[in-house]
Design a protein around this ligand. Structure first.
Ligand code: BES
Ligand code: MN
Ligand code: ZN
Length: 479
């Protein structure tokens, strides 16, 4: 998506469509356009009960009155940053549905053009790879932002939008296409960015390195597990952070098999890995002066003659032993190896992990939020502020230590299953056993990573939420 700015009058913008923002006072705001339409625009909007609410629009053919073919009057609500971003998102979506490849966006004074442009790009996203030809629509190739946005802002918005889409493509991809080896291939494409190297451990190397969780979860599948380590080492690094992602490329539940309905969307279970790979990709492409390590545990959780079993006991390389009480609580087992590895990486001060970890988190915060767990107040503030700045949903839940007793093992130190209550918290407390040294925060993105049906803000499928939040957090750290 090529983004440029323009101050040319709307009537001469040569684009497929123009999106013009309006509030409930549209009759006063659209005087000039109304005149261009011979006074018929405002009555048409009134007839269609246009309210100016953000996320609504009225589409009008231009009948040659403007150079553009179509005009969208898009509601901008109260003109808050969030409303303007929502309006842009809506415009992006309308443009995609209509098959337009060029769009001029004219929303009046926009204080945060970056957020608005990111909204436009996110709204324009659609996963069409497997759609019938007549169901496929092109993405916007060029966008004209009518207003002021400096080149840095535009470049930054374009980079974030690109990597959010990268994450969404990975998550939307069926498990037949995205399995541990191909997820590693996707990570390897980051090596084209300056300062990035990628190391992939195959199943033999994982076993030799003592990654017992990745091996156990992956051993029932014909698609062998991988540990993916992306390193970003810029010059003049001002800090060193590790990102960890759950990369369960399909979660059948294993022998604790999921019912079909719950299994349907489980290609999304590598959403955490897509989030952190997208974030490190954006950071590297921006040349952020921050050393980063991104560690992904990639495994397919399947039933089979070699599946891991209930009652198995895993001995992790940090000495913690774990009894398996449910093979569907697999994400924490995979993440444990990655958290140990990230903790052992010299110089790392903070670890942020992202994982579609528990249905309990999704039940607690719903589809519009990821759940944040951390014992570090400073890190909590930084991440919540970052999400807020990016217009993404993040809500803190308690990392309540006393619930740790629910994980107490009988044969080993802990078990991989807590009680029914506080399930997202006990999963987070499980992870904490494998963090040693750095500050740590955990993002349970089970609710917001993927929506089976269309959502107010996103087309059905992957959202890529938290990519931009993590990037924003990293950018703040880089100063
Ligand atoms: N991948 C699932 C969690 C999930 C659920 C992600 C819904 C996205 C949407 C995870 O591996 C899982 O199965 N969790 C179990 C944990 C339980 C067995 C303790 C769950 O949430 O039911
Ligand atoms: Mn599971
Ligand atoms: Zn899972």
């Amino acid at each position: 998506m090529d983004i440029s700015t323009s101050r040319e009058p709307l009537s001469t913008q040569s684009v497929d469509a123009i999106a013009v923002g309006a509030t409930k006072s549209f009759a006063d705001e659209l005087v000039e356009l109304d005149a261009a339409f011979g006074g018929e625009l405002v009555p048409a909007l009134e007839a269609r009960k246009f309210s100016g609410a953000a996320g609504t629009s009225v589409r009008v053919p231009t009948f040659g009155k403007l150079t553009a073919k179509e005009l969208y009057i898009v509601g901008v609500g109260d003109r808050t940053e969030a409303d303007l971003a929502r309006a842009a998102r809506h415009a992006g979506r309308q443009a995609r549905a209509a098959g337009f490849t060029s769009l001029a966006l004219s929303l009046g004074t926009v204080d945060n053009p970056q957020l608005t442009l990111e909204g436009l790009a996110a709204g324009n996203y659609s996963y069409d790879v497997y759609k019938a030809e007549d169901g496929q629509t092109p993405a916007l190739a060029s966008v004209v932002f009518v207003g002021d946005a400096d080149a840095d802002t535009i470049a930054s918005a374009a980079i974030r939008a690109k990597w959010q889409s990268f994450a969404r493509d990975l998550v939307n991809g069926p498990a037949a296409d995205i399995y541990p080896e191909t997820l590693a291939d996707a990570a390897r494409t980051l090596e084209s960015l300056p300062g990035v190297t990628v190391e992939v451990w195959d199943e033999k190397r994982c076993a030799a390195e003592g990654c017992v969780g990745i091996i156990a979860v992956g051993q029932g599948s014909a698609r062998k597990p991988r540990l993916i380590h992306v390193r970003y080492r810029p010059e003049n690094a001002k800090g060193h952070i590790a990102l960890v992602g759950k990369g369960v490329t399909f979660d059948s539940g294993g022998l604790s098999l999921k019912p079909s309905g719950s299994m349907q969307t489980m290609r999304c279970d590598m959403g955490g890995s897509a989030t952190v790979l997208g974030a490190i990709g954006a950071a590297a492409e921006s040349g952020l002066p921050l050393a980063l390590d991104c560690v992904v545990g990639a495994a397919e959780n399947m039933t089979g003659g070699n599946s891991y079993k209930l009652g198995d006991i895993l001995r992790y390389s940090n000495g913690v032993t774990v009894e398996i009480h449910n093979t569907d609580a697999e994400g924490r087992l995979v993440l444990a190896d990655c958290l140990i590895k990230a903790s052992n990486e010299p110089g790392v001060t903070d670890i942020i992990d992202a994982a579609t970890l528990t249905g309990a988190a999704a039940v607690a915060v719903g589809p519009d939020f990821a759940a944040l767990f951390t014992g570090d107040e400073g890190l909590a503030t930084e991440l919540l502020d970052a999400a807020n700045a990016e217009g993404e949903g993040l809500w803190r839940l308690p990392l309540h230590k006393p619930y740790g007793s629910m994980l107490k093992g009988k044969w080993g130190r802990i078990k991989n299953l807590g009680g029914r209550e506080g399930g997202a918290t006990t999963a987070a407390l499980f992870l904490e056993h494998f963090v040693d040294g750095p500050r740590w925060a955990h993002l349970d993105i089970a609710g917001s990573a993927f929506h089976d049906a269309d959502h107010a803000d996103y087309a059905a499928g992957a959202t890529g939420e938290m990519v931009r939040t993590v990037v924003h957090f990293l950018e703040q750290r880089a100063g």
